[in-house]
Design a protein around this ligand. Sequence first.
Ligand SMILES: C[S@@+](CC[C@H](N)C(=O)[O-])C[C@H]1O[C@@H](n2cnc3c(N)ncnc32)[C@H](O)[C@@H]1O
Length: 322
Amino acid sequence: MAKGRKKSSSEFFEERLSFFFKNGASLRKICPDCVDEYNDHSVKKLISITYWLGIFCPIVNRNFREKRGWKIAYVDSMAGSGVTSTKKGNYFCGSCPGAVLHSSDIGYPFDSIYAAEIINEKADALEQRVSTIIDASKLNVYPNDIKDVSNTIANELENNTISFVVIDPEAFDGMTWTGISPLLSCKGDAMITWFESEAWRVKQAAVSNKHIGAEGLKKRFNELFGNETWMDARSPTELTDLFTKRIIEECGKTCESRVKIIKTDGGYYLMILFPGNFPNAQKLANDWKSYLENYFSSPQCREISKLLDVIAGRTKSITDFM
Ligand SMILES: C[S@@+](CC[C@H](N)C(=O)[O-])C[C@H]1O[C@@H](n2cnc3c(N)ncnc32)[C@H](O)[C@@H]1O
């Protein structure tokens, strides 16, 4: 987290959005036709990931790399192509290049990067893009389903490595315990995109006698939650609580913290942070949440699409729409 004067929301968003825009534009030139297609609000997810890096990197650098000679790794388990295009015609750099570039910008570059992406073309574009910003020998891109390579990646991280793992599926669909638990159990921190309302809808369908695929959904939930207690959850939040409880208890995480990402259509999903075992983990995770919530509830962020118009040069200044 930045020391000293806290940035105003305008300063914060101008700095963060410019970073994703500028790097998105240059990375897009590599494999121009291969991008991920999402919405303007996706940039808030990217901000949540890189904001934690500002807290995580200096701490692990001091306590693990400098004191013990450990390595610091970044793992992106569903990494995409490295460039996101939005319906409004904006381009940002994706989570993997964003994390790599931000960690270097703040002076704590990663020693190794592991990324999995199930679509070959995207995995190839990601590899080409990220190898222009980091020594290619540090980069490992797996064009695979994460469930088939998560153990391989986790084994690579076993010796004297501390990692930050990002699990960012497109929807609740991609989430399986087999795929994510080996990575969540690695030493270090993890962040998951959790589609809380979608998970709740699937849970309701799974317990419904009328739903034709209920048995299959039950099996999926039993796999993800480890038992049948999910059936007793009385609200989306309780369902999320059961999921995070399993991760904390079985994967050696210290605590969790959630930030709500409000989508442009009014829905939401959560970014859930699981810090590993280091002093002050809960306090730092709470700081991450409260700083981001403060910025995300600002008038600038409520108008994120218009703010992106300013950064893209389509509108002259923030005051044009505030
Ligand atoms: C939301 S996107 C990732 C975007 C990326 N985190 C970013 O912000 O730039 C999710 C990606 O995961 C990939 N994916 C979906 N299921 C997967 C799986 N089981 N294993 C690996 N990749 C998967 C999709 O093809 C998609 O590109």
